[in-house]
Design a protein around this ligand. Structure first.
Ligand code: ATP
Ligand code: MG
Length: 386
């Protein structure tokens, strides 16, 4: 067995979005060279990487070039086709494995995995054929119809109250494979990020309490009192069992719903760092992106330690249009006058509504202090209070 891939080597990432960009930053800080494969010449990660291969995810020459350039390759985007990762794995180290990514890319396969791990998820039915539509149990209504593949930020989801609405919604989605999920009464949402090495060693970031607005993550709060200890313990145990069950190597995010009776059900997994883990860059001694570098290269895994309470605000393109039709730069200087404000912008040149442009993490000495500055930042930026 060979040792870890040490700094000086070249690490690659499939996908050039903000998650790739923050992975590149972490890798470069540790002394690695980097490569990105993304079709967009102006992609956020491509702009900061040593190498940027401008090619489609399944482009054979592009994949060949990436494999030749890199000592190890990871992915930042759940919709990078699993077969592309499988091809790369024939030439170089790849994590997470194509098989794990393939499961996370398909809601039906993902839910079957939760069931196999004994982790409860929302009641659901797979909807791929008219026969399955006819057989839908009406106890699943009202529900949410979700396309099995290619969904993100609430895209590809339709809320349906009746059987007739369900049938129409599936027709509108052109009959692509879907799952129908029962609409659950949510008291809260949370997520856990685990990192698992090739040797099976697993570490976790502190539990994240998440607020979504219109299907998009808006606010994440990370501090010890954010969730009752029993819920934290059960979320951690579930996340670890899901990662172990996949024999997963890499960073994995597991999202949960907290129901009104206090019980937890798993929502979905992301085979990569996650928006809800961004605070780790500023409030923990090891970030989710450094964990991604460590799992990819086989460097030692150490349990991250949180040193400050934190609140993260997502900065959506909407903030560029507060009180004006024309895009206007938000008042960054005012926000940065707040103590413990950490601004992260992803280098995207055009803002549009719902587009993730960056995030702002507030850290502070106490939960009260950090919540106060986060609410001040939200007020300055035009983000609804939470
Ligand atoms: P992302 O990839 O950005 O996390 P997504 O498009 O995969 O999002 P989901 O996580 O499935 O979408 O759902 C988005 C949000 O919609 C959830 O975080 C939750 O707020 C709400 N939601 C989804 N499913 C249900 C459900 N069964 N009951 C109640 N609310 C739900
Ligand atoms: Mg989600």
């Amino acid at each position: 067995m060979s040792g870890p891939i040490l700094p000086g080597a070249t690490l690659g990432v499939m996908g050039g979005g903000q998650l790739g960009r923050m992975f590149i930053h972490a890798a470069q800080r540790m002394g690695y060279f980097t490569a990105v494969l993304d079709p967009d010449a102006a992609s956020p990660a491509g702009r900061v990487s040593h190498h940027h291969i401008v090619a489609a995810y399944l482009d054979a020459p592009g994949l060949g070039q990436l494999a030749e350039t890199c000592d190890a390759i990871t992915t930042e985007f759940e919709n990078v086709p699993a077969p592309a990762l499988a091809r790369l794995a024939a030439y170089t180290t790849v994590s997470p494995a194509a098989a794990s990514v393939a499961i996370a890319q398909d809601r039906a396969a993902e839910k079957a995995h939760f069931v196999a791990c004994g982790v409860p998820c929302a009641p659901y039915a797979v909807l791929e054929t008219p026969v399955q539509l006819a057989a839908i149990d009406e106890a699943l209504l009202p529900g949410i119809l979700k396309t099995s593949r290619m969904g993100y930020d609430g895209k590809g989801q339709v809320r349906v109250a009746t059987y007739a609405e369900l049938a129409q919604a599936w027709l509108d989605l052109k009959g692509v494979p879907c799952v129908l999920e029962k609409m659950l009464p949510l008291a809260a949402e949370c997520s856990v990020i685990v990192a698992r090495g090739a040797d099976g060693q697993i570490v976790n970031l502190p539990i994240q309490r998440n607020l979504h607005r219109e299907g998009i993550l808006a606010v994440t709060e990370v501090y010890e009192e954010n969730m009752p200890p029993a819920q934290v313990a059960s979320a951690l145990a579930a996340a670890k069992s899901i990662a172990n069950g996949l024999d997963y190597v890499g960073v994995l995010c597991v999202e949960f719903f907290v129901l009104q009776d206090g019980s937890l059900v798993v929502n979905e997994i992301a085979p990569r760092p996650h928006n809800s883990g961004h605070a780790s860059m500023d409030c923990c001694d090891v970030s989710q992106f450094e964990l991604q570098v460590r799992t990819l290269t086989g460097l030692p895994m150490v349990q991250p330690r949180q040193h400050s309470p934190a609140v993260m605000l997502n900065l959506l393109g909407d903030l560029w249009f507060v009180g004006s039709e024309k895009a206007t730069t938000p008042p960054w200087a005012e926000v940065l006058a707040l103590p413990g404000a950490h601004l992260h912008l992803y280098g995207k040149t055009t803002a549009s509504k719902g587009r993730k442009m960056g995030h702002l993490t507030l850290t502070g000495p106490t939960v009260e202090a950090v919540r106060t500055t986060a609410l001040q930042a939200a007020a300055i930026l035009g983000i609804e209070a939470f």
